[in-house]
Design a protein around this ligand. Structure first.
Ligand code: HAM
Length: 412
């Protein structure tokens, strides 16, 4: 027996149908904001992800050499891949670019509830604007998708620029310090700052600052601690617009994000009922293009943890009404012909197991068919079909056209 690799999952039809409904809801909201879908390769050159995604993700990358010795990697996320695609393919497209994607990603993490080695992200990238309106648009879009998905969440909005400025004297160590902040490891942060001989006052300031959480008014406090800055003003402007749109959120100055490419406003959403892996969305504004030899392109985006949201959402596929065409021995050919005609409107199955009539009918009930169409000698010779309601047992003499014209008449 060979089982699936650790951290991967199989999805059976019930689960798949639920995921499809959720996926379509997400697509619908993104498209209402004017975003269009893109798709990039499942694997890329390893270098694409090692340039700036950060050390933590590096350890998590599935990478391998192909038969020609190239270093390739399964994508751990899509922001770097979409940036690469834009530089390679989208020179002539009008700015800004509004793209969305729904794709599987791979990370070599320790699997647990809500954390997988293959998982799906629904994400967007808004590329080409450095205005606060761009951040607001992307945050509002994430918010509307999560609302439409029917999950309870809290949205936190921060700004990595303020933190980076505070830590700018530790150049090479900033990424490491940001990681500790991201993990809310205040003790580790304090120890690291001490080992870097940071002045007492700065340690104090950093610890207080990263714990600031509340309404936009905490930005005044942030200013007292960190000094006034264009970043704080920018974030204030973003908050004003979020308030205007009546979004429910908290300002959280301790958001550092696990990836290193963020430069400005950052945000995360956490859901109830998921346990430790409760982050269902992460994003912010970032700069990546310059790493790939291009002019810098201000961009902002997010990715939703699709699997975590699917776990919480209660959607069910709308029933399409399955019909089973069953036949008496010797009339199988007529049955498959009838089934094909009915498929112009309905979901229809026929017997492929050589079952007798009784077993065909009981299998039809087992797979959830509401109606059976019976084809036998009398039906074929006299040119009608028998429609049987599998719940009530009631039967009608009917025709293919009549059944195609409407299904409900047989459901009473
Ligand atoms: P991220 O925070 O690394 O950001 O991932 C986004 C979301 O993917 C997380 O909030 C989480 O819900 C989900 N996720 C991450 N790892 C796993 C896992 N192992 N199993 C299940 N779900 C997981 C990014 O990837 C950025 N590219 C987002 C972005 C787009 N920033 C700008 N544009």
């Amino acid at each position: 027996m060979i089982s699936k690799p650790r951290g991967t999952r199989d999805f059976l039809p019930d689960e798949m149908e639920k995921r499809k409904v959720l996926e379509n809801i997400m697509r619908d909201v993104a498209e209402r904001y004017g975003y269009r879908e893109v798709s990039t390769p499942t694997f890329e050159h390893l270098e694409l992800f090692t340039k700036k995604s950060g050390e933590s993700i590096l350890k998590e990358i599935y990478h391998f050499k192909d038969k020609s010795g190239r270093d390739l990697a399964l994508r751990p996320e899509l922001t770097a891949a979409v940036t690469r695609m834009i530089l390679e393919e989208c020179h002539a497209m009008p700015r800004p670019l509004r793209f969305y994607y729904f794709s599987n990603c791979f990370r070599y993490e320790r699997p647990q509830k809500g954390r997988y080695r293959e998982f799906w992200q629904f994400g967007v990238e808004l590329v080409g604007s450095s205005m606060p309106q761009a951040d607001v648009e992307v945050i509002a879009l994430a918010y509307d998708i999560m609302k439409s998905a029917g999950v309870d969440f809290s949205l936190h909005v921060g700004h990595v620029g303020i933190l980076r400025d505070m830590l700018k004297d530790f150049k090479g160590e900033t990424a490491q310090l940001m990681r500790l902040i991201d993990k809310k490891d205040h003790k580790g942060l304090q120890e690291s700052l001490e080992s870097l001989n940071a002045p007492e006052e700065l340690i104090e300031k950093t610890l207080t600052f990263t714990k600031l959480l509340g309404g936009p008014e905490i930005l005044d406090e942030a200013e007292t601690i960190a000094g006034s800055s264009e970043h704080i003003d920018y974030l204030r402007g973003v908050c004003e617009m979020l308030d205007l749109l009546k979004l429910d959120y908290s300002v959280d100055l301790g958001i550092a994000r696990g990836l290193d490419y963020y430069t400005g406003v950052v945000f995360e959403a956490y859901a109830e009922g998921l346990g430790a892996q409760n982050q269902i969305c992460g994003g912010g504004s970032y700069r990546l293009a310059h790493l790939f030899g291009s002019r810098d392109i201000p961009s902002t985006g997010f990715a939703l943890g699709f699997d975590r949201i699917a776990e919480l959402s209660q959607f069910k596929k709308e029933e399409r009404g399955l019909i089973a065409v069953v036949s008496v021995k010797g009339y199988e050919k007529e049955a498959i012909k009838t089934a094909r005609e009915l498929r112009t409107r309905y979901q229809v199955v026929t017997d492929v197991m050589g079952r007798n009539m009784k077993n065909q009918l009981s299998n039809a009930s087992d797979i959830g068919a509401k109606l059976a169409v019976i084809i036998g000698k009398e039906e074929v010779e006299q040119g009608f079909i028998t429609v049987k309601n599998l719940e009530t047992g009631k039967q009608w003499k009917s025709s293919i056209d009549e059944l195609i014209s409407g299904y409900e008449q047989f459901l009473e």
